[in-house]
Design a protein around this ligand. Structure first.
Ligand SMILES: NC(=O)c1ccc[n+]([C@@H]2O[C@H](COP(=O)([O-])OP(=O)(O)OC[C@H]3O[C@@H](n4cnc5c(N)ncnc54)[C@H](OP(=O)(O)O)[C@@H]3O)[C@@H](O)[C@H]2O)c1
Length: 256
């Protein structure tokens, strides 16, 4: 899909991957709408975004807010929806905060499903569109301490796989991001949440700016998936093809 001139809606666009992607798409000539919880405390100009960019309020943790956003934009002509907003949960399942688990599922999976459901009809009607869902390596490689987060991200992968088949013949396509470690606030939270029970010292990351360029390439090439390379790719391959070995290696740095 051509990025230049296309209209893009990105959730969780005030920082991290969402903001870097918004900037990269903006630089490439897209009309970017940055959705975030608090647009009043976000300055588009200060962030170096062009006059084409705009911000809107959208809390992905609330059924009512997603519903009223969707009603307000029922006749929208966004070409690309990037479901990026996300929260992290982690640690031993019985020790995780239950309210945070509910909220994380709401934002990472249920809200994403709700917004996608409401943004699709105008895309299908116009015969043009792309749904970009930010999943994670945790959606295909299940480590200890990540049970809840991995469950939500696996759900995102499954939802997007199924949807891509349903969309056959509509000219609306999907892109699943099997996102690896990206140096954002969430990446720093991994050691805080998982570090007590799991050795996360060998986790690697790339900058959100570099990742945004890779995601844009995948959009332009109409890829179905973005898969990371390097050692993460080896781990993903092992999780899929040699699960017994993956299970053994995945628990080496784990203690209850
Ligand atoms: N960083 C990684 O290593 C990594 C790896 C795999 C996948 N991912 C995925 O990439 C996505 C972006 O994460 P990130 O690394 O950029 O993390 P981040 O810097 O923590 O950013 C998370 C973004 O999600 C937004 N968000 C959280 N709850 C929200 C809600 N209820 N409504 C609307 N927006 C909400 C945050 O907004 P506020 O500022 O309002 O909180 C923020 O903009 C997430 O889906 C994450 O799961 C990240």
């Amino acid at each position: 899909m051509n990025i230049k001139g296309s209209k893009v809606l990105i959730t969780g666009a005030n920082r991290g991957i969402g903001l870097s992607l918004a900037k990269e798409l903006d630089e490439r000539g897209a009309f970017v709408t940055l959705a975030m919880r608090n647009p009043d405390s976000f300055d588009l100009k200060e962030q170096g975004l062009s006059e084409r960019a705009q911000s809107v309020a959208l809390d992905m943790g609330s059924f009512e807010k997603i519903e009223s956003f969707a009603n307000e934009h029922a006749n929208s002509d966004w070409d690309i929806l990037v479901n990026n907003a996300g929260q992290l949960t982690g640690g031993l399942l019985e020790e995780q905060d239950t309210q945070s688990i509910y909220q994380m599922f709401q934002v990472n999976l249920i809200g994403l499903t709700h917004l996608t459901q409401r943004m699709l009809p105008p895309m299908i009607k116009r015969g043009k569109g792309k749904i970009v869902n930010n999943a994670s390596v945790s959606g295909v490689m299940h480590l200890p301490c990540a049970a809840t987060y991995a469950a939500a991200k696996t759900g995102v992968v499954a939802l997007t796989n199924s949807l891509s088949l349903e969309l056959k013949g509509t000219r609306v396509t999907t892109l699943t991001l099997i996102t690896p470690g990206i140096k954002t606030r969430m990446f720093d939270q991994i050691s805080e949440m998982y570090g007590e029970h799991l050795d996360v010292s060998s986790l690697s990351s790339i900058s959100p700016e570099e990742y945004a360029r890779k995601v844009c390439k995948s959009i332009e090439k109409d890829c179905l998936f973005f898969h990371p390379g390097g050692s993460v790719a080896v781990a993903l391959w092992m999780a899929r093809h040699i699960p017994w070995l993956f299970r053994r290696l995945a628990t080496i740095g784990f203690k209850r």
